[in-house]
Design a protein around this ligand. Sequence first.
Ligand code: GLN
Length: 517
Amino acid sequence: MEGLLYNSWDIINLYIMNEKATFFGHPIGLRTLFLTEMWERMSYYGMRGIMVLFMTAGLTGINPGLNFSAAEANAIYGAYIGLVYFMVVPGGWLADNIFGHQKAVLAGALIITLGHFTLAIPITQTFFLGLLFIILGTGLLKGNISTIVGRLYEDNDSMRDSGYTIFYMSINIGSVLGFLICGGLGEKLGWHWGFGAAGFGMAFGAYQFIKFRHLLGDAGAKPNDMSIASRTKYKNIFYIASLVLAILIILLFFGFFSIDPVSFAESYAYFLIIIAGLYFVFLFVFAGLTPAEKKNLLLLFFLFLGAAAFWSGFDQSGGSLTLFARDFTNLDFFGYLLPVSYINLINPIFVVIFAPIFAGIWTNLALKNLDPSLPIKFAIGLFFMSISFIVMIYAVEAAMTYGQVGIQWLLITYLLHTWGELALSPIGLSAFSRYSPKKYTGQMFGLWFTASAIGGVLAGLLGGEATNEGLESMSPIFSFMITYYLVIGVFLLALAFFIKPAKDLKEAPDEKMTSSN
Ligand code: GLN
């Protein structure tokens, strides 16, 4: 059996993993990153698809859970997303200054694997411990792998944008696999099987990264140049921080202190907003930027606001919308009762279908010189988000009348989410890599993911409010969200007339004005 497996792996290597080949015309290292990110996202989204279901399931029954209230479960879900994406900031710092990006990704993959296997142990304390490992591991992996993608190309290589597009595909193929495998196993066989499957997925990813890491060459292999004294100082900071963290984890694990999820999520949301605000002020006032760089920074700041708002709606998927799917949606599919988390498949499948269409639309418009500017694209993203919750208001009304509604409501909602995502997310990633002050590109990636972090915590808080009283509490919160996305969208639209990128800082200094990415 082992021989058979080994031979199949060799055959795969020969045909698909041909080391001399390119990857869809891109540097072959992109394949290593593609597969690592695919498995990482498989584990991340697979687990995320069932985490709220697990937390809110009763203590008894065939698939017992933690019996948390909807508000608590949503707050934990939101704080978890917020921590996952915020840890990208220290993860980037560690890679830049101590480990280099490749080692950081490898360590991250192993820690995430450990996290999912910890979740697979069926006791309550290990749930939080497992989440903590995933948070720390993803902090090391997610931003740094995105940085290595960029480093596979020369500074002004026009392939980079399409490299990121291919990379975005891996994210969505990974999440399809995750929802299918972890969601299916978790809901039908037992939650911990789902968590364990996520662990195996990430383990494949880690194995694959180890085996094919050499294909990355120097991209992200070494940390920044610095004196031995500075490196030692950084290492010491890292050791002390790790020690403090380990002590906190042990105290938490043995129940020396407990945290109220809702107030933690609230304080954490303030913390993130203040930190991000201060960081923008620091860059603006003290970082010695040129007027052109400041102009671009201002643009990125507004995009940051738009992105944070957008994710606060998008991430309802694993929270309030998952509970809506479980409690008020008829999941019967030709006589087979679909796992609740399968509804989440709609988004990544639509991303894979619509991504080329969106790219085509932007390219066509650009040919006619009509390519919308960045704030307009972000505004479009927010308008789709706003409309998606109008659809949900009707879905809630229908559920109030009939008790249950068909799948079409969530289908349309997720279709709108996907269109919004495609107008905002891949474009935002490349805008942050392109318009950031050059010296600060790594940290600006961190800020981009901080927008996801803020969005995630807000999603948990809003989702908790929305589901606390069942259907009754959904309409007012969803109505609030409709207005809030609309207002920010209109604001960005108005802004588009006033703020344009000063110039593309990654290109020649005399580059003419560009109006979009
Ligand atoms: N879906 C994308 C990913 O998983 C973006 C998520 C986000 O930034 N919130 O990478």
